[in-house]
Design a protein. Sequence first.
Length: 251
Amino acid sequence: MLNFYVIKLKHIIIALLIFAVIPIIWFTTSRAVSVFNVNGREIPIYSVERDDNKIALTFDCAWNDDDIDSILDTLDKYNCKATFFVVGDWAEKYSESLKKIYDRGHEIGNHSYNHADYTKMSAEAITADLDKCDGIVESITGERPYLMRAPSGGYNNTVVKAVEDSGRMYIQWSVDGIDYGDAEVQDIYERSVRRTQNGDIILLHNGTKNTAAILPKILEALECKYEFVTVSELIYKDNYVIDNTGRQFQK
């Protein structure tokens, strides 16, 4: 009789262990999806898991072009190729600057036509807005962008799905220089450099008070540890998963 209870107890323990492991397995495998879904929300690419030391520097262009020449000269000096996400009406107004960016070997991404709030728009309206910006960029550079970043980085499931369904790739950022407004040079520097690691995507802006001035110091600090590449060189184009932080992994 004692042996019977011992055997039954063993079976109960084994069953409990199995039921304890199943949720862990489910949670792990649930992370392996092309776009991670948290509480029903899809997440785009914020950074990339890489074994090498590559990072991507990006600029959002929506204001003026006063500092474009200075930024491009600094990027040349440090042999840094960046990705510029441009607003369509900025590209129209500053077409010569856009052409300079492209001709100097930098990558162009789509940042909407006029910086409207995509989270308040339908999928059809988002796609039309992206197409309009792409057409402007293509008319100036001869190349149509396939990377995009939503205005202010704002997104919801409608935005992400509209981007994916149109064949584009949605790029956020993992390091934010917060370089606009009255941001001080040292603060911009610290935010851009302090926590940067392999696979990060850094966000800066042109047309700001201090970005062009602090850019040489930022590049000097990062170039000794990392290799600058464009976003399209950093990310995986297919056979990948994205985790709940927006980090992209190769399968």
